[in-house]
Design a protein around this ligand. Structure first.
Ligand code: ADP
Ligand code: MG
Length: 606
């Protein structure tokens, strides 16, 4: 064996692998170049998940003929004069590596024209060399056509995922760019079909409406900007009435660069402080502007990760921004309920603003701890929640419980009288001590949860005539398959179907009509979130999670119209249920507005 040097071409291919692993990486570089070139309109066309063809057309400043001939040489960049400039770069590119990498692993056609020139220039490049060069008529700006990615590196080509997976990554990336640059018109095509057309909009909120379900925007609120001497945090987040199953709707931009960073995500979620149900995530677009001295964007070949000098300060600022925003939002909701109540008579309603508002607008998902050490403020009525019950915060006692403890009975027949349903969400009851409100979903959820918990081993199952197919990533499939036995114990039979598919073949009788795929997705996100370990406590926790999910899905929903009989059944069942004062997520199931409080408000007593 003799030591030899790689040829420059091969060395370039190896280096390219660090920058371009898959189509989405190449697209990211090209989009960044278009942004750096001050484009205001960018069109992205993709074929077969980017494996066969990618075309990006921008209306940026274009390149001169000289620049076009050298732009794909390694370290060719117009964005950095010397190494000392590194800390101050404002552009995305600065290494001059992207085009060189792409041109060494794909067939590239570059068409470009500068302002004031009559003709454009078209170059065909293969293996980093110009095959042909001629003038063409074209618009001002640049088009890069990338064909046959990895045609000359079969080993790498083999590692490309199926079209759907590659496409999903491109889609996520495209959305991120749209969110970061609302003032740029973006269009996206897949296999000649237009997927998105997002003309320029004045704000990220409108961008979100273009990209996501337009209803999301009603739950969006702008972050209160938090500024320190190093950085400022701004952006938008959805409030707790909107949520998603995973973190895919959370975007962070550091100095306008899309960044992946688990810690930042965690800080964001911390800001929500239990306002989100477990396993649910917000949609958030967070922009961090940070003095370049305090961040290194140069640590990762794909420039996806950044290193903060003081990560803790950054996380704190994010958490703080979210917290302040949500607090303010809750306050506004409360004051709205005083100033603009629904008035059936149409005329202006004048309320004494000194009067505390009704306590309905409290955030739904109160953290458990606050119930225990609850300091009742003048704005809220303390929920009916004996703290001894809530101490059983880890309700995983799988043994059968024969005796049901009843500490306080609020609606024992015949003392209660059902008044009716309020907003098809709460059951209203006349109660000896006042007016009792029962959250029908939370109550039913608790009833079912306790029932599943007590009868969980080997429930009666049905074989599904049409198995439910779940599409997952390969790693998620593998992860879920680790829990096949546990799921089986709960009557759910799951098996591998394809490399990225699982199927459910049988389920417990009561779960027959439940959205099973959604259930599995949620379970997975939860497992991912909670660092899968396979020790006993973790298995117990998953068991608890499965019960809670089944209960949540099978329970009566807010908005379901209930007959008198149905309400009665819920109340009667709830009365016989363990831990009945809170639902499995820790929300209260019921709330008593005492007669005394009612009388005080009507100034019958003082
Ligand atoms: P970098 O972005 O790090 O400078 P690249 O390899 O991505 O390196 O690009 C090399 C050079 O090619 C850029 O510095 C820029 O001058 C030019 N360039 C690339 N894409 C475009 C574009 N879409 N419009 C104008 N110039 C471009
Ligand atoms: Mg670049």
């Amino acid at each position: 064996m003799r030591i030899r040097f790689l040829s420059p071409e091969d060395a370039q291919k190896v280096a390219a692998g660090e920058v371009i692993e898959r189509p989405a990486n190449g697209i990211k570089e090209l989009l960044e170049n278009s942004i750096d070139a001050k484009a205001t309109h960018i069109e992205l066309e993709v074929h077969e998940g980017g494996k066969t063809k990618i075309r990006i057309t921008d209306n940026g400043i274009g390149m001169s003929s000289d620049d076009a001939h050298i732009c794909f040489e390694r370290y060719a960049t117009s964005k950095l004069g010397s190494f000392n400039d590194l800390t101050h770069v404002q552009t995305h590119g600065f290494r001059g590596e992207a085009l060189a990498s792409i041109c060494s692993v794909a067939k590239v056609t570059l068409t470009t024209k500068e302002q004031g020139h009559i003709e454009g220039l078209q170059l065909k490049i293969e293996e980093g060399k110009v095959l042909s060069s001629h003038t063409v008529s074209s618009q001002v700006g640049t088009t890069l056509l990338i064909e046959d990615l990895f045609y000359n590196i079969p080993a790498r080509k083999k590692f490309l995922k199926n079209t759907a997976t590659e496409w999903n990554q491109i889609l996520a990336l495209f959305k991120a760019f749209c969110l970061a640059y609302p003032h740029v018109h973006f269009e996206l095509f897949h296999n000649d079909e237009q997927i998105y057309n997002c003309p320029t909009v004045p704000s990220v909120t409108q961008r979100i409406a273009q990209l996501f379900d337009a209803r999301v925007t009603t739950s969006l609120c702008e972050l209160i900007t938090v500024q320190t001497n190093e950085l400022s945090v701004s952006g938008v987040v959805t409030t707790s009435d909107y949520n998603r199953y995973d973190r895919s709707g959370i975007y962070f931009f550091v100095n306008n660069r899309l960044v992946k960073n688990y810690q930042l995500g965690r800080a964001l979620l911390k800001g929500f402080e239990n306002l989100l149900p477990p396993g649910k995530y917000p949609l958030a677009v967070i922009t961090l502007t940070i003095d370049p001295l305090y961040v290194d964007v140069n640590i990762h070949p794909k420039k996806e990760e950044v290193l903060f000098l003081h990560p803790h300060k950054v996380e704190q600022a994010i958490c703080q921004a979210v917290k302040l925003t949500l607090e303010k939002q809750t306050e506004q909701q409360l004051s709205k309920s005083i100033h603009r109540p629904h008035n059936p008579f149409g005329g202006p309603t004048i309320y004494n603003t000194q009067q505390p508002p009704f306590p309905f607008a409290k955030p739904l998902y109160q953290p458990l701890q606050t119930y225990n050490g609850y300091t009742p403020d003048p704005f809220t009525q303390e929920p009916v929640t004996p703290s001894s019950k809530l101490d059983s915060a880890d309700p995983v006692h799988v043994e059968q419980q024969d005796t049901v403890q009843v500490n306080q009975t609020y609606f024992e027949e015949p003392t209660y009288h059902i008044i009716g349903q309020h907003q098809t969400t709460y059951i209203l009851l006349e109660h000896p001590e006042g007016l009792l409100l029962v959250d029908q979903h939370a109550a039913h959820e608790r009833i079912l949860y306790e029932r599943f918990k007590n009868n969980f081993k080997n429930p009666e199952t049905v074989h599904l005539l049409f198995p439910v197919i779940i599409n997952l990533s390969v790693s998620d499939c593998d992860l879920l398959l680790r829990y096949v036995d546990l799921l089986k114990q709960h009557g759910i039979s799951v098996e591998q179907f394809g490399s990225e598919q699982l199927r459910i073949t049988s389920v417990p009788v009561y779960a027959k009509h439940l959205p099973l795929a959604e259930l599995m997705q949620e379970l997975l996100s939860w497992i991912n979130e909670h660092d899968a370990q396979s020790d006993d406590t973790f298995l117990k926790k998953i068991t608890e999670k499965i019960h809670a999910q089944l209960a949540c899905k099978a329970a009566i929903k807010a908005g379901d119209v209930l007959s008198h009989e149905q309400m009665k059944t819920v109340l009667r069942d709830l009365e016989k249920t363990e831990n009945r004062f809170s639902c499995p997520h820790g929300r209260p199931t019921q709330w008593l507005l005492s007669t005394r409080e009612i009388e005080k408000r009507f100034k019958r007593i003082s």
